[in-house]
Design a binder for this molecule. Structure first.
Ligand SMILES: Nc1nc2c(ncn2[C@@H]2O[C@H](COP(=O)(O)OP(=O)(O)OP(=O)(O)O)[C@@H](O)[C@H]2O)c(=O)[nH]1
Ligand SMILES: [Zn+2]
Length: 223
């Protein structure tokens, strides 16, 4: 009886846990063109500055609402729009390269979705090819694309991994991100020294020996 009750509680718990690596976006998120979004955000940001008591007639401040709006739509959050997703061109693995490829120290420039403050650091991506290999720069472009959204680091890691697994038609992909969150270092607890590491992997990387090999490839002195 007690076990049955515990199972029922567990079932209820599982039913409530719906997992998704998608960024929560409204279905109509891209119905408006970018210039309309910029105009609207400009008005809202003007209201924020006004509420803070800033003089919007000052010649150094008057352009700020437009600057911020353009920066949000075209730069910091360009990765929200699927139209901006890089094409992941892949090639036949004619040479039969069968071991690990590691693309390391990829710049992470992101923003935390809880505070809209920067997340900066590095991503290290590895995969073991099957029949396809991918253009190296496409890995960096994919990281940049997903980073340019309001993010949490865990989801960023997963979004990159899942897309690469799909493009490369293999589960053997690993994504590690080490970064600093300004919301931890510059406000709140103001811890300047801590940083956050997330690591997600599948396929051959479930083997600890493959992960050790990956770690041994990091921090090489190049140049
Ligand atoms: N798991 C996770 N948490 C994050 C990430 N970025 C920021 N956070 C955390 O999100 C949490 C938001 O918590 P709240 O208590 O609602 O916000 P807060 O009052 O500003 O929290 P403090 O930062 O502790 O002052 C904070 O603990 C942040 O450190 C991330 O990428 N992943
Ligand atoms: Zn934050």
């Amino acid at each position: 009886m007690k076990d049955e009750l515990l199972n029922q509680i567990e079932d209820i718990g599982n039913n409530h846990l719906s997992t998704s690596v998608e960024t929560p976006l409204r279905p109509d998120a891209f119905d408006k063109p970018d210039d309309v979004k910029i105009q609207n955000i400009q008005k809202h940001f003007m209201a924020i500055m006004d509420e803070l008591g800033l003089d919007l007639k000052d010649d150094s401040l008057s352009g700020t609402p437009y600057r911020v709006a353009k920066m949000y739509v075209k730069e910091l959050f360009y990765g929200l729009n699927p139209a901006n997703k890089p094409k992941l061109s892949s090639f036949e693995n004619k040479y039969g390269y069968g071991k690990m490829l590691v693309e390391s120290n990829i710049t992470i420039d992101s923003a935390c979705e809880h505070h809209f403050l920067p997340i900066t650091g590095f991503a290290h991506v590895a995969y073991i090819p099957n029949e396809r290999v991918i253009g190296l720069s496409k890995i960096n472009r994919l990281v940049d694309y997903y980073a340019h959204r309001p993010q949490v680091q865990e989801r960023l890691c997963l979004q990159i991994m899942k897309d690469l697994q799909q493009a490369l038609k293999t589960e053997s992909v690993l994504v590690m991100i080490a970064s600093k969150h300004l919301c931890v270092s510059s406000r709140g607890i103001k811890d300047k020294s801590s940083y956050t590491t997330t690591i997600e992997y599948g396929g051959a990387f479930n083997d600890i020996e493959r992960r050790k090999e990956f770690f041994s490839c990091l921090n090489q002195e190049i140049d």
